[in-house]
Structures are given as structure tokens and as C-alpha cells.
Design a protein around this ligand. Structure first.
Ligand code: GAR
Length: 190
């Protein structure tokens, strides 16, 4: 069995989609959710699915030891960031080299970096008059949104689209592709 930990800070619709995708699998499961926000919607979603979801403080994520002992307890093979709004710090990066991936709701390297998360990204895409947006799934390193890309998919941005409409198109791409790409990444991990 390969075990995934999903890190999520918000609604958790991707976390839920990933957990449901693997719920009938004999060899992959979402074993654990970690969040930096006890009020995040992801907890309620996971309660319904019977998946443990824990909250740690920003300081605990930075220091790493409490997180790492949980990841060890659940024999986690891959960390998936799905709407996790903090930087991954050195202790976790060192313990999971090449085993942490993120989804970003735009076509990196455009619209990435500090402050570029969630609706801020879609607002910037619309403000810049972009003709397309999309998703980027990439490995995580010590800088926001800079690790090696794994997969991108695009959607059109029409002249009358507002940020919310772009967000809906991007979410649809996330739901369609993220679980499958996670499965492919897991196949590369021994
Ligand atoms: C997703 O669109 C994800 O790509 C984005 O946050 C949203 C979380 O939605 N992530 C980032 O902006 C990271 N920089 P969800 O909580 O419903 O899955």
C-alpha cells in the first residue's frame, strides 16, 4: 500500500477529489490530511470520508519534528499539496526529496510566487488580459512555485470572464487531472 498525505489550508475540494479517486484502490490511499488551519473546510470533508485530518501551527510546520513523526506514523510515501498556502520548510523537504508535489492554479512560471494563491491568481490573470490559464503540477523545492514541472493543462480565458469564472474552469482541470498525475508520480516511487 502506498500512502499519500495531503496538505490543505482551505476548502479541500481537491483533497476530497483525490481521496475519492483512490478510495477503491487496493494499493494507494489518502491516509492523512495535515492543515495549518483548524477552521478549514477540508476537516469537515474528511470527517465524512473517515480520513484523519490534523491541524498544526505554522511554527510546528517550520520546525518539522511533530509533522515528520506523524508522516512516519502513517508510513507516508508522497506528500501532495492541494491548496496548502505555506512554504514547505527544510526538514520536510529533506525527509521527502522528490516526494512532494504541488498544484498551482495557473500556467507557471507566470502568476506564481509569494502572494499568488487561490483567487488572487485568477484576479491577476483577468487583470492582465490573459487569453488562457490552467494548472501546473510540479515538484516542490524551497521556493514558492519553482520546482520542476510535471504536467500542465490549459483552459481559455474569454474577454468577459471574471476571476470566479476562471477559477471554475481551473478547478475543473484540477479535478480531471490531479489524481491521475499523482498516480503516475507514485509509479515512479519505489
Ligand atoms: C486550488 O485551486 C489550488 O490550485 C490552489 O488553491 C485552490 C484550493 O482549492 N492552490 C494555490 O493557490 C497554491 N499556490 P481547494 O481547497 O478547494 O482544493
Amino acid at each position: 500500500m502506498k500512502n499519500i498525505a495531503v496538505f490543505a489550508s482551505g476548502s479541500g475540494s481537491n483533497a476530497e477529489n483525490i481521496a475519492r479517486y483512490f478510495s477503491n484502490s487496493d494499493n494507494v490511499r489518502v491516509a492523512l490530511i495535515l492543515s495549518n488551519n483548524s477552521k478549514a473546510g477540508v476537516h469537515e470533508r474528511m470527517k465524512k470520508l473517515g480520513i484523519p485530518s490534523l491541524t498544526f501551527s505554522g511554527a510546528e510546520f517550520a520546525e518539522g519534528s511533530a509533522i515528520l513523526s506523524k508522516l512516519k506514523e502513517y508510513a507516508i510515501d508522497l506528500i501532495v499539496l492541494a491548496g496548502y498556502m505555506n512554504k514547505i520548510t527544510t526538514p520536510i523537504l529533506q525527509a521527502y526529496p522528490g516526494r512532494i508535489i504541488n498544484i498551482h492554479p495557473a500556467l507557471l512560471p507566470k502568476f506564481g510566487g509569494k502572494g499568488m494563491y487561490g483567487m488572487h491568481v485568477h484576479e491577476a490573470v483577468v487583470a492582465e488580459g490573459e487569453k488562457e490559464s490552467g494548472i501546473t503540477i510540479h515538484y516542490v523545492n524551497e521556493n514558492y512555485d519553482e520546482g520542476a514541472p510535471i504536467f500542465q493543462a490549459t483552459c481559455p480565458v474569454l474577454p468577459d470572464d471574471n476571476a470566479e469564472m476562471v477559477a471554475n474552469k481551473v478547478h475543473a482541470l484540477e479535478y480531471e487531472h490531479f489524481p491521475r498525475v499523482i498516480k503516475e508520480v507514485l509509479n515512479t516511487i519505489s
